[in-house]
Design a binder for this molecule. Sequence first.
Ligand SMILES: C[S@@+](CC[C@H](N)C(=O)[O-])C[C@H]1O[C@@H](n2cnc3c(N)ncnc32)[C@H](O)[C@@H]1O
Length: 202
Amino acid sequence: MSRVLIRIVNWAHEFLADKIKEGQLAVDLTVGKGYDTLMLHRLVGETGQVVAFDIQSAALEGARRHLLEHGAVVRMWQAGAGKLPAAAGVDLIQAGHESLADYLSQAPQGIVANLGYLPGGDPQIITRPDSTLKALRQACHLLAPGGRLAVVIYTGHPGGAEEGRLVDEFFAALPAADFQVLQLKVSNRSEAPFLLVAEKRT
Ligand SMILES: C[S@@+](CC[C@H](N)C(=O)[O-])C[C@H]1O[C@@H](n2cnc3c(N)ncnc32)[C@H](O)[C@@H]1O
């Protein structure tokens, strides 16, 4: 299938699809409308599990409907639920991704984050560098050997450029002995989102 070259989100999906297999565990750090969550669900299939976070109940409710329409088994959780049982389907958690480690009891094979604000939602509710970096530290620690973390960064909204700079620095500082790191950006459009991918060495 032909792809739009500069559609960065598609490349994030491609990099994850390369590594995530049927029956595995995957994580979405920012559910939003649930498009990335559904992509992960399709990769892990009916026997796999997706654990996904958002702080906005409206986003999670919309994503739940979207996932149900596509045949997923969906469970809803509140912050403080603790370690989730291993079970096929999608777990949507209304909690900040900075507490990711509190909910996972196994190593995920793939983790995605699409930073910024919910399209069509409140543009004041954005991912913030402090919590984003906490989540990314945990994500790198928890990731299964050979697994990938893919982060799409938007710089056009207030605070986005600063978050992008800090996330870029975080990836750049990952030890090369432990992670392969790749950045993908649209060279001739400075406002376009860019992608960072880290693969944990086996
Ligand atoms: C760009 S949207 C995500 C798009 C989404 N992946 C999709 O497929 O539609 C960013 C989301 O991050 C959420 N968010 C902001 N801060 C968060 C946090 N600390 N933990 C989890 N989600 C957060 C927002 O509520 C928003 O829905």
